[in-house]
Ligand binder design. Sequence first.
Ligand SMILES: [Zn+2]
Length: 223
Amino acid sequence: MGDRYCLSDVTSFPRMQVMFRLSSTSRIRTTGRGSFRCPYCADQRAYEHKKTERWLAFYSIPLFPTTTLGERIECGSCRRAYPVALIGRATDQRNRRQEIGTVVQWRCAMIAVACAFGPPKQCQAEAIGSGMVRHWRQRADVGEIMADCRGVPTSGMALEEVLGRLGNLPQSLRPSDKEHFLQSAREVVRAGEGGEKQQRDLLDAIAARLGISEDGMRRALAA
Ligand SMILES: [Zn+2]
């Protein structure tokens, strides 16, 4: 009788010890901070992103999280809790608004580029349109682009004005977007008037205004 229990007790004893030492515990942890528009405060407020997690603990010392049991964001002012989707939505909307502004600016700047050496040709408007589809997946109406170019003097738009139409693109475009802008600008310029040197000088000036590095410029114009 004794022998039968003896073997299993001896082998399971250390494992039992570990099992008793390991336990799970739940903890609430702040995993992020930011600002959002709190529906209750009806204003921009700081928030804390809190997660309730199950942690593996050794004795009572938490080791690491094993499962997320729930999460919420908490307004720093009224302390009310909201679903995390609320900040996701707000950020998405803000990004979307910013992107729309950037696309409008891009189109306006590209039209100025097309007008640099005189009223643009239809094929330049088409180059603007295809660049926008490629980069922003947005169709640009060629007829509308041509209509927006009305009144451009036959001598073309002054360089300073063309560069001025870049507006805040130097700040709002990411480095890779800037290179795409330069590529698209080159297509637009090449489809129009102006000698090779004039065209090259214009692209150099655009690259300088956008703050494109030498490397970036080589990449953009080699593509
Ligand atoms: Zn609040």
